[in-house]
Design a protein around this ligand. Structure first.
Ligand SMILES: [Zn+2]
Length: 338
């Protein structure tokens, strides 16, 4: 994903970001990210943070989520079209089946800068009392870079989504809930330039539009890069306001106002194909911290940069948002659920 800067006051920073891009970075970064990246060393050793017990985070087990990330990182690079990517698919499908989730791998072909490629989105479609859909998204592919294992990008959100699937597949849901593990979010080229990105989400949005499922989709919640030890998630101005408000107010109520902060930024990511089709969407992403700590899209995006507690916090917020959306979109006569 990349960040888009459009404020005039950012002009100087835009020039700085061009400099960064020329040095091999992708996209642009904000003022603080730029200045702090120059000042801060790549990493400072910190004591291991542990996840709170699952009963303190809505049943969401941050330690389980972290184990998934560890297992995915152990596979190695997981770039679309590679053996590592296929092994990641197998891992995700195996875990989902073990949770009793209905799994639906959806393969598709797409042109890429490397030629025609087969990719695969892995979908979980959990029937609910209402046919209206709540859609969770993550990508599971990793950026095509040497020795890039993507602990935060995309291991962290994939781990959270697997743990979320475990809970939601066992729950009696008022809304139909879909979870999509998307392929091909990352650009094959170093730079993020349309249409060389978001292959999986564009495919899913197009398929759902054709099938009519998209018109029943009430909310799309995307998570991406949410595992950092110093997690600090800004509001994304490309996301839908009311849905962003709902997520951020939930986080604040749960005591995570220091992580879900009120600053805003603009991010291009897997939610954009849904935003363009006028579906309410929110991107929950911390792009700044990995850039500031210097590990974003580098071989230093490793497990030691992550905290199980960060995964637990985001998982807690997601699981707490579900009943609120169910209440908001409950159809008259539908059975009330806790
Ligand atoms: Zn990335």
């Amino acid at each position: 994903m990349r960040k888009r800067i459009f404020h005039l006051r950012m002009l100087v920073l835009f020039v700085a970001s061009l400099f960064l891009a020329a040095c091999g970075g992708k996209g642009a970064v904000t003022s603080e990210a730029t200045s702090e990246a120059a000042a801060a060393p790549a990493s400072t050793p910190q004591p291991q943070q542990t996840a709170p017990p699952a009963d303190k985070t809505g049943g969401f087990d941050g330690q389980r989520a972290f184990q998934h990330v560890s297992d995915l990182v152990a596979i190695g690079p997981r770039t679309a079209g590679t053996e590592g990517n296929h092994r990641a698919q197998d891992y995700i499908i195996g875990q989902l089946k073990a949770f009793g989730c209905p799994v639906d791998p959806e393969a598709f072909h797409t042109p890429t800068p490397l030629g025609d490629m087969e990719m695969r989105n892995v979908l979980v479609k959990i029937p609910g009392t209402s046919p209206d859909i709540l859609l969770f998204l993550t990508h599971y592919d990793t950026k095509r870079l040497p020795n890039f294992v993507g602990a935060d990008d995309s291991g962290s959100s994939t781990g959270v989504m697997l743990e979320l699937a475990r809970l939601l597949c066992a729950r009696k849901n008022a809304l139909t809930i879909w979870l999509a593990f998307l392929d091909g979010e990352e650009a094959f080229n170093l730079e993020w330039k349309d249409p060389d990105n978001t292959y999986g989400s564009r495919e899913l949005a197009a398929r759902m539009a054709l099938s009519g499922d998209l018109s029943r989709t009430k909310a799309v919640l995307l998570v991406d890069m949410i595992g950092s030890r110093d997690l600090r998630i800004k509001r994304d101005t490309n996301s839908t306001s009311w849905l962003t408000d709902l997520v951020w107010s939930t986080a604040s109520r749960l005591g995570y106002g220091d992580i879900f902060v009120s600053n805003a930024t603009a991010v291009e990511d897997d939610h954009i194909p849904f935003v363009r089709r006028s579906v309410a969407s929110v991107d929950i992403i911390d792009l700044d911290t990995p850039a500031r700590l210097g590990y974003w899209h580098t071989p230093q995006d490793t497990l030691d940069k992550l905290s199980p507690r960060s995964l637990a916090v985001v998982g807690h917020v997601l699981i707490a948002v579900v009943p609120q959306l169910e209440q908001k979109f409950a159809r008259p006569g539908a059975a009330k659920l806790p």
